[in-house]
Structure formats: C-alpha cells, structure tokens
Unconditional design. Sequence first.
Length: 260
Amino acid sequence: MNEAGLVANVLWLTESEYPKFDPGKPGLSIAAWAQYVLDNFATVQDAVAVLETDPFTIVTDNVPGQKLLATLHLSLSDATGDSAIVEYINGRPVIHHDRKYQVMTNSPTFEQQLALNEYWKEIGGTVMLPGTNRAADRFARASFYVNAIPKDENPDRALASVFSVIRNVSVPFGISTSDQPNISSTRWRTVADHQRKLYFFESVLTPNVFWVDLKGIDFSPEKGNVKKLDLGPEQSRTFAGDATTNFQEAEPFKFLGLPM
C-alpha cells in the first residue's frame, strides 16, 4: 500500500509465462513488480494505462533456495474502488480491469476462474459452496462471501467482515499438497483500508491483529532514512494495535536483481 492508498499484491500463478528477455527493452525483476506499481502510480487507472503498453519485460528466476520458478500474477485496488488483475499468459500481459473484479486466488488463470465461478453462482452460495483448499474453490467461496457480507459504513465492522472472508478462504496452517508445492498453508493475512490508509496484518503464528497508519509516516524524500517493522522469524513477533511507532531504522530492502 502506498501513500495514495493504492494496493498491489502478488500471488502464485503456475500458468504464468513471461516473454524471453530482450536486451533492447527494459527489464524488471519480478521481485520488484508490485513495488514498481506502488512507486509510480496513485490509482489503478494510472497503472493500467502504462502496464497495457507492455513497457518492460518481467524477468523471473527460481525461488531462492528452491528449484521452483517464481510465477506470479498481480492484483491492484485503490481508494475509488477500482480493481485490476494482471497476468502474463503466453508471454503477453493480460489485464482484467473492472471494479467488479474483487477476488484473486491462484490457479487457474483469472479468465478460467470467472468461468468456473459462474457454475457456483448458478447453484447459489446459500445452497452449497466448494470447500477444499484448491484455489478455484477458495475463489468461489471468496466471490460469494465478499458480496454477501453487509456493506457496513462503520469501518471497523467492515474490516471485521473482510477479515472473516479471508479467514474462511485461508489454507489451514500445516496443510500442504505434495505434488503442488505452490499450494501451501496461509502464513499471514492482510487487509488494506484505502480510505483511512490503514494497513492491517495478522500472522497465523501470533494471537493479535496489528496495523500501520500510513498517515503517521513521513514519506518525503528529504527524510532519507529507511525504516522497517521487523516481524521476526516466520512473522512470529507479537504486536497488537497501532504498530506505526515500532518501525526502526534499517538498511534498504534489496530486491532480487536481473540475472546477468
């Protein structure tokens, strides 16, 4: 989440296929994909207008320490309620841009997720919903519940509703799929309040939800110093409530660079 309230998230998508690197075109490490959007845009519309021109080549590599290629897709949302999903399919960016696109999980591709979800919409979520940890099942549950929860103007009750949906579609801690290493336990959950510019975090290994107030952080370039909130090994350090003042000065984060 950036100072303007734009939120960018990446999730695993096995079907992602990035173009071959072209030395004549700027390259962007997949590790910095979401950060690029947060650093350069204030709204989803602004980001989509640039991303649809295919301005760079996404470059990926194996996940550090594993023989598993990092294949991700990107979701965007902003304070106006606008949303977009960006995927690389057959080497080209495919962008789904619409306020109604409120859910993204993992495989299959977003277009296929929408088609599968139409089946469950016909059945009706009050009758039956798929309950496994498969991404398509979690997509169907999230799509139903995010539209079924009350549209409460009280921000704290709205926050509680959104967290309850995310918990409902989380993969239980300790669950894994041996032949699909990209499907694993949910380790943390986050909710971004675009209007109040609050970013909430919940680790499965700690008992509390805490948040950061972006309005309480000075993002001006002249400040010069970098700060981070150290969550400890496996996000196990315990915070509660407003953790904005717990940021400490630190070295800048080093993104995985382009392979040489």
